[in-house]
Design a protein around this ligand. Structure first.
Ligand SMILES: [Zn+2]
Length: 453
């Protein structure tokens, strides 16, 4: 599917490989070598490719596109070596039943290849000079250097510490957008974004990494490309799933930018289990709070907190919030993160900050740790929605095999409910959806109906 060629690409041949009478559309993209770039007269191009890795990653990108956009077939060829003016540098072809899918898939492939493929480009100019063009992460060519980028902040922080830091941000919404912008701009070496959600028009007033033309796209994917446009000197990873403890792998600090209690408590427990510090923020109407949690320095369970049910609390979508409010709180989270990463301590690790944006007043409440708290020591069972057949007990078992997703979401969830399907895969997904809507007592039967036999 994905190939690298050191000779001129033949468009007719490539097109022929996709001939298919069942497909309703083909979209073809060709990237050419042009005779100018940023004011310089280009005479030829040279690509160096780390072939082994590029082939693997290229195939991965095409498989992702095929699955995401229901493609019939997809093909991509990338050049290496010397290219003359007018040569095809990259050829992408995608066939699908619907043209919209083929367009979107092609766009996705171009963007991902630019971000992920280990390809280096050298431009040869008419005046006999040549220059490597830094386009590692970027749509545009970067000719400026890293030291200049950080010139005005180096005197107030420890840039080297920030560059080696790896930060996970869970939630790329109202808190996440300002937090992410600030972390990326400050030069945090690796930013990992976790968000399963897609952009909707009512989000954008407070989630300003996005714009109305991107409604329906995955937040984490768009956030990643926006952050790399802002700062091409860092790494950004996007994960388009619900938060799961494995996302903590290799991470120094977590920012909890979510707005539902079930996920907040899962992040809380997972961070204590794996001894990862995290900074949590919450917003309610025009008020907010920020707290930094450090292993062994006190947790929410010290004083017996249990995971609350979201239906009792509500979130930004239910109560409404101003973008300026989430923006201030998300920026405080980032500022606290930068302080913590650069110097190992910050102001909200000792006490929680409560801020009222209407009155511009603040309140600080000092943290207290219970010395024998097991959670603080990492001894915590992570809540999962998978339930073994032996543990069903009094719970109501509901077979969802003949129910649509909508029907499942609208079930009556009083008491403990266990969803079951054929093998336990769809029921787990639906249990997670129901939990994210505030129904904390919904579980999924592990192994599905086969485990009941
Ligand atoms: Zn504790």
């Amino acid at each position: 599917m994905f190939s690298i060629s050191d000779v001129t690409l033949n468009r007719d041949e490539l097109h022929g490989t996709l001939a298919n009478t069942t497909a309703g559309a083909i979209v073809v993209f060709e990237g050419w070598v042009r005779n100018h770039n940023e004011g310089k007269k280009v005479s030829s191009l040279e690509y160096q490719v780390y072939k082994e890795l590029a082939l693997k990653e290229g195939d991965k990108i095409l498989s992702e596109a095929k699955e995401k956009f229901n493609l019939h077939q997809v093909m991509c060829a990338h050049r290496e070596g010397h290219l003359a003016l007018g040569d095809i540098a990259i050829w992408i072809g995608a066939t699908a039943s619907h043209r919209d899918d083929a367009f979107k898939a092609t766009r996705y492939i171009i963007d991902e290849i630019k971000h992920r493929l280990p390809v280096w480009k050298k431009e040869h100019y008419v005046d006999q000079k040549a220059e490597w063009v830094f386009c590692r992460h970027h749509h545009h060519h970067v000719h400026f250097n890293e030291a200049d980028f950080y010139k005005k902040q180096e005197i107030v922080t420890n840039q080297a510490k920030l560059r080696e830091a790896r930060v996970l941000v869970v939630g790329a919404g109202g808190l996440g957008c300002p937090a992410l912008i600030n972390l990326a701009a400050a030069g945090v070496g690796l930013v990992r974004v976790v968000d399963y959600d897609t952009i909707s028009i009512s989000n954008i007033h407070r989630q300003f990494l996005y714009s109305p033309n991107l409604v329906g796209e995955k937040k984490a994917v768009v956030a990643r490309s926006r952050l790399l446009e802002l700062n091409p000197f860092i790494e950004v990873e996007s994960i388009t799933e619900r938060f799961s403890p494995e996302h903590l792998a290799g991470i120094d600090l977590v920012l909890d930018c979510t707005d539902n209690m079930a996920t907040k408590f899962l992040i809380h427990d997972a961070c204590f289990k794996f001894a990862t510090p995290f900074i949590s923020a919450g917003v309610f109407k025009s008020e907010g709070q920020v707290r930094t949690f450090i292993p062994s320095k006190g947790c929410l369970r010290c004083h017996g907190a249990v995971t609350p049910d979201d239906s009792l609390l509500g979130n930004c979508n239910d109560f409404g919030v101003l973008g300026a409010t989430t923006s201030v709180l998300g920026s405080i989270q980032a500022s606290e993160a930068l302080e913590f990463l650069a110097y190992g301590a910050n102001s909200t690790s000792e006490s929680t900050l409560y801020l009222n944006l209407k009155t511009l007043t603040q309140l600080r409440i000092k943290h207290s740790a219970r010395p024998d708290c097991p959670v603080c020591k990492g001894d915590v069972e992570l809540e999962t929605c998978d339930l073994e057949v032996e543990s069903i007990g009094e719970a109501r078992l509901i077979d969802i095999r003949n129910l649509s997703d909508e029907e499942v979401k609208n079930l009556n969830f009083t008491g403990k409910v266990v969803l079951s399907c054929h093998r336990g895969v769809r029921s787990r997904k639906m249990a997670e959806v129901c939990r994210s809507q505030g129904h904390q007592h919904v579980f999924s039967l592990k192994g599905g109906a086969t485990s009941l036999a």
